[in-house]
Design a protein around this ligand. Structure first.
Ligand SMILES: NC(=O)c1ccc[n+]([C@@H]2O[C@H](COP(=O)([O-])OP(=O)(O)OC[C@H]3O[C@@H](n4cnc5c(N)ncnc54)[C@H](OP(=O)(O)O)[C@@H]3O)[C@@H](O)[C@H]2O)c1
Length: 281
């Protein structure tokens, strides 16, 4: 696995990370299967694990994903964990709650669930339209000053929100949706490139429901067949070549899938392949 520096942190991580959401949300496998997937990711050279307090079935079991990850990483203090706060799961829905007091409580709960002294990367999961954005970011700045958070990241933000947050506190990463079919965050990616901020594209395989069907796309299928790759590896390799600040975090709950995705790090797509993939969106 090749490494990339995560934004302005100076920290090198495996250039393919692991999104741990599928281990804890609707359709999740047994905990044992999820832990097997995390172990397989470690063996494949993955060192960055993305989670969130809200990766669970409902608000009553907030922290589920962080707890499973903590179990799997017990003997791997070297692994980097990126978690998030700012969402709740009432009756399985996703609901924003960016009140400063709630973010403080969420961060404390994440520290406990992850069983770590501090959180390497704490991402504000989603701006809350009911709360002044600067107040939410201010709460994260306070948590950083208190030593509970090492680095701060954002998720689901616009260029304007990124710039506003940067006027308050250093931001090392942005996590927005991006994949070969979805370039809606192109302007945010450009701003990250200008500033040397890491961009963690979420749903890099087009999301949990669609990831298995990437081969239905003729361009992806043809490039995969020509190069003896899976269509998922082609989609991830395209992201890696799309920008040097990108660190894809493919989700997985099964070992064979995350191992296959990690293999994208060894792929170099030709200029002709890239041109065809660029034209998909
Ligand atoms: N910030 C946000 O708002 C936000 C939103 C969504 C996701 N995320 C983060 O981003 C991560 C990735 O996004 P995502 O999970 O939504 O979607 P994704 O990465 O596009 O797709 C995940 C699905 O792909 C399957 N998969 C993985 N590698 C594969 C391979 N090589 N071949 C075939 N299938 C493969 C997995 O199946 P199995 O589960 O069966 O292994 C999983 O269900 C999440 O896990 C989460 O950490 C963040």
């Amino acid at each position: 696995m090749k490494n990339r520096v995560l934004g302005t942190t100076g920290v090198s991580v495996g250039e393919i990370g692991m999104g741990c959401m599928p281990i804890s949300v609707h359709g999740r496998p047994s905990e044992e299967t999820g832990i097997e997937a995390i172990n397989a990711a470690l063996e494949a050279g993955i060192t960055l694990f993305d989670t969130a307090d809200s990766y669970c079935l409902e608000t009553a079991e907030m922290g589920h994903n962080e707890q499973v990850l903590a179990k799997a990483l017990k003997n791997h203090p070297e692994a980097y964990v990126a978690t998030k706060g700012g969402l709740l799961r009432p009756e399985g829905q996703w609901e924003t709650d960016g009140r400063p007091q709630r973010l403080r409580e969420a961060c404390e709960a994440s520290l406990k669930a992850l069983d770590r002294d501090d959180i390497f990367l704490y991402q504000f999961h989603h701006p809350d339209l009911k709360v002044n954005f600067a107040d939410s970011i201010g709460a994260l700045a306070d948590l950083q000053r208190a030593g509970k958070i090492v680095h701060i990241g954002l998720s689901n933000v616009t260029v304007e929100e990124l710039d506003e947050a940067l006027s308050i506190v250093p931001i090392v990463s942005v996590q927005n949706r991006m994949n070969v079919f979805d370039r809606s965050s192109a302007a945010v990616l450009r701003r990250c490139e200008e500033l040397g901020i890491a961009f963690l594209p979420y749903s890099p395989l087009n999301g949990m429901g669609q990831a298995g069907k990437l081969g239905d796309n003729k361009v992806l299928a043809a490039i995969a067949a020509e190069n003896s790759l899976s269509p998922q590896q082609v989609a991830l390799a395209w992201l890696l070549q799309h920008s040097p600040v990108i660190l894809p975090i493919p989700g997985a709950s099964r070992a064979k899938n995350i191992v296959n995705s990690a293999g994208a790090s060894a792929v170099t797509l030709s200029a002709a392949d890239i041109e065809q993939l660029n034209a998909i969106a």
